[in-house]
Ligand binder design. Structure first.
Ligand code: IMP
Ligand code: MG
Length: 172
């Protein structure tokens, strides 16, 4: 594996795009309490960046699914942490690092739906639409990217590279 030196998406682009998304979310949920569900671990930096610009009545909670080993999806998704906050009747926004096959987002959405929230939307930093196997779409997307394996700004390969401030391609 080789980490490309140059960024696919710079830290400055991430910052600017995240602020735009936060403004859109702030407008869309104006006057309504919002439950942000950060999908651990990858979406933690993105969620924190969004929160810098989000305004409103916001509750933050976390959810965690496991589906990936190395660069290959195992195809099964297990929820290993579920939120403390009651979701019944709440407007919930799932915050994801990346939509790839869509299996993780579909499983998280199904679990969340079963909690009877008022609404569910998905916000993702990255979207690899070409890889989709399960029909799931984000309501808010940071960047659409081609079929590369990327790391940084929360995204990992076997738990490494999450600390990079930008998004870079990891070549095999
Ligand atoms: P999906 O279930 O196939 O959509 O995959 C979603 C999860 O796989 C993400 O939350 C990531 O943890 C991981 N993943 C998918 N593509 C990448 C990538 O390019 N880099 C790092 N992790 C990825
Ligand atoms: Mg991962």
């Amino acid at each position: 594996m080789r980490l490309r030196d140059e960024a696919l998406i710079s830290a400055e682009s991430i910052r600017a795009r995240t602020a735009e998304l936060a403004d859109a979310i702030t407008r869309d949920y104006a006057g309504k309490p919002l439950c942000l569900l950060c999908v651990l671990k990858g979406a933690a930096p993105f969620t924190m960046a969004l929160m810098q610009s989000l305004r409103g009545d916001i509750v933050l909670d976390f959810i965690r699914a496991q589906s990936y080993a190395g660069t290959e999806s195992t195809g099964t998704v297990e929820l290993v942490y579920t939120p403390d906050a009651p979701l019944r009747g709440r407007d919930v926004l799932l915050v994801e690092d990346i939509l790839d096959t869509g299996r993780t987002a579909a499983a998280l959405r199904a679990w969340t739906e079963a909690q009877a929230p008022a609404s569910i939307r998905i916000c993702t930093l990255l979207d690899k639409a070409a890889r989709r196997e399960v029909a799931v779409q984000a309501d808010y997307t940071g960047f659409a990217i081609d079929d590369h394996f990327v790391v940084g700004f929360g995204l990992d390969h076997d738990e490494r590279y999450r600390e990079l401030p930008d998004i870079r391609v990891l070549e095999s």
